[in-house]
Design a protein around this ligand. Structure first.
Ligand code: NOJ
Length: 545
């Protein structure tokens, strides 16, 4: 039932993954044909970005019809086949659920705008002025100045947290609350394993508040969970709540709200720790993270389909991260950085591996963004977040093996820059090369899956004086794992307080190498630049009596 605690997730932008019918857009047939690749990588659960009918102002997060598959992605039969095939291979699949808003082309919105007396008027938030709810912050700061948009048809303003083409739903309306449950039912009945719920902090709005994390929002989300529990077993709800740890904690409730929440504050601190060569940003934020109920789990990530958001850091750290990772202003977007993992880390294999090692060993279930397992690049000349969503690089053939369409029909150009062109970086060549990033990540996932301590165990940070070293113990039942990272570009010596762990023989589960036994007293290690060790601590055999 709590499978998600041991799972490795993989985020798929369907349009970008594989084009099955040769029209230049990825689709379900294409995705189904690549499930073997994902199985080989070793991930357990796919998270699909919105697959619904949409005019694509926000790449599908503007839903025109919640019950229809986007025509570019194929038919509902293609979708069902993908779900079945995913399950046949022992994988799971969750879908994005866009709860907070619809497209302005959704039938509800069209009806609501047709007249002030429309029965659907109250599905959205209307006002004669644009001065209400003024404490609600603007999220797409590069694109808009207000959360209100004037509707000339009826002469009133409507509220939108994101683009003006994404009017917010009015959750005070019981019909809206009910409608979203019907949407969930529709897809759960087709066998999916749960949802990643989009933008959940913003559902309810109240004058005089910042309209985030309101008690009414939590009450409704608990109702969503009850609906799931009463009707579907073994499914998961993952929250997108870009908030501080104490606030996100509330989305787990007493184990009766979300099963999982994305850990937004941890993510930028991994990049901070790597750049500063100092463990403290990671340790401090995890120490500040409140405990969560037994059945719950954090979802951790390095990159995703959005800009690397810097909302959950101080202004000073934000400036540092911008200067360090986005020196060219074109790399910045809203309060974040629109780059992929590999270019962020200067395409330096050692640092990329180190980042993966952190992702796969810190508490939580990791999510890998498509293409990052082969170190794909980005394209900052494309607008908004398009540069992070270029076609998956399958081979060095035309269109990176993603599609047989004429290049002019492609939804996006393939990445063909000097360093990270598909001609150099592609899945086929990495599958053939046992020393590739793909195979390193695959081996890490495999090792992780053989130890439940990673998904379920406690995490105790050691406190060696050398702050360039991050070391922690992951423990679950009789399993003891010591994870050690050298965050710096130079060799480091470290002395670990071994009273924290028993006399044992550390064996690196990634290389199989045995280390000097631990006995009493500090345990000394010399670490290469960016070295990481996943040491299983095998008890030393007791002397026979
Ligand atoms: C969060 C999604 O991740 C992002 O891509 C989208 O633009 C907004 N929510 C609005 O739905």
């Amino acid at each position: 039932m709590t499978w998600y605690k041991d799972a490795v997730f993989y985020e798929v932008y369907i349009r970008a993954f594989c084009d099955g019918n040769g029209d230049g857009h990825g689709d379900f047939q294409g995705l189904t044909s690549k499930l073997g690749y994902l199985q080989e990588l070793g991930v357990n659960c796919l998270w699909l970005l919105p697959m619904y009918d949409s005019p694509l102002v926000d790449d599908g997060y503007d839903v025109r019809d919640f019950l229809k598959i986007h025509q570019d992605y194929g038919t509902v039969e293609d979708f069902k086949e993908m779900v079945q095939e995913t399950h046949r291979r022992g994988l799971r699949v969750i879908a994005d659920l866009v709860m907070n808003h619809t497209s302005d082309q959704h039938a509800w919105s069209q009806e609501a705008r047709s007249s002030k007396n429309s029965p659907k008027r109250d599905y959205y938030l209307w006002s004669r002025t644009n001065r209400k709810l003024k404490d609600a912050r603007i999220i797409f700061v590069d694109f808009q100045e207000s959360n209100w948009e004037f509707d000339p048809l009826t002469g009133e303003y409507y509220f939108h947290r994101f683009y003006p083409q994404q009017p917010d739903l009015n959750y005070d309306n019981p019909a809206v609350q009910q409608a979203m449950l019907r949407v969930m039912k529709h897809w759960l009945d087709m066998g999916i394993d749960g949802f990643r719920a989009d933008a959940v902090p913003y559902l309810f709005k109240r004058e005089g508040t910042n309209c985030e994390n309101l008690p009414e929002t939590h009450a409704y989300l608990k109702r969503v969970r009850r609906f799931l529990d009463e009707n579907y077993r073994g499914k998961v709800l993952l929250a997108e709540a870009n908030q501080w740890p104490e606030e996100v904690r509330e989305y787990f409730g007493a184990g009766d709200e979300f099963h999982m929440c994305l850990h937004f504050p941890l993510m930028p601190r991994i990049f901070l720790a790597l750049k500063r060569e100092d463990r403290r940003p990671i340790v401090d934020i995890l120490n500040r993270t409140p405990p969560i109920p037994e059945s719950c789990q954090w979802a951790t990530f390095l990159r995703c389909h959005d800009e690397l958001t810097l909302e959950m850091v101080t202004e000073e750290d934000r400036q540092f991260l911008w200067d360090a990772y986005a020196p060219d202003h074109q790399m910045r977007l809203n309060l974040g950085i629109r780059r992929r993992l590999s270019p962020l880390l200067n395409n330096d294999r050692r640092r990329i591996e180190l980042a993966y090692s952190l992702l796969l060993t810190l508490p939580g279930s990791p999510i890998i963004y498509y293409g990052d397992e082969i170190g794909m690049g980005d394209n900052i000349t494309l607008k908004d977040r398009g540069g992070l969503r270029t076609p998956m690089q399958w081979s060095n053939e035309e269109n990176a093996g993603f599609s047989v369409a004429h290049p002019s029909a492609m939804y996006s150009p393939v990445n063909d820059d000097e360093v990270l062109s598909y001609k150099r970086i592609n899945a086929r060549s990495q599958l053939e090369d046992p020393s590739s990033l793909f195979h390193t990540v695959r081996k890490m996932i495999l090792a992780r899956k053989t130890h439940r301590a990673f998904g379920r165990g406690s995490c105790q940070f050691l406190e060696p004086q050398n702050t360039a070293v991050l070391a922690y113990l992951r423990r679950y039942e009789s399993d003891n794992i010591l994870v050690v990272h050298n965050l710096s570009s130079s060799r480091q010596s470290v002395s670990l307080e071994s009273t924290e762990f028993p006399a044992c023989l550390p064996v690196d589960m990634l290389s199989g190498d045995a280390f000097a036994p631990v006995s009493r007293g500090p345990y000394a290690l010399d670490l290469d630049p960016y070295q990481y060790l996943w040491l299983t601590l095998k008890p030393l055999s007791q002397p026979s009596p």
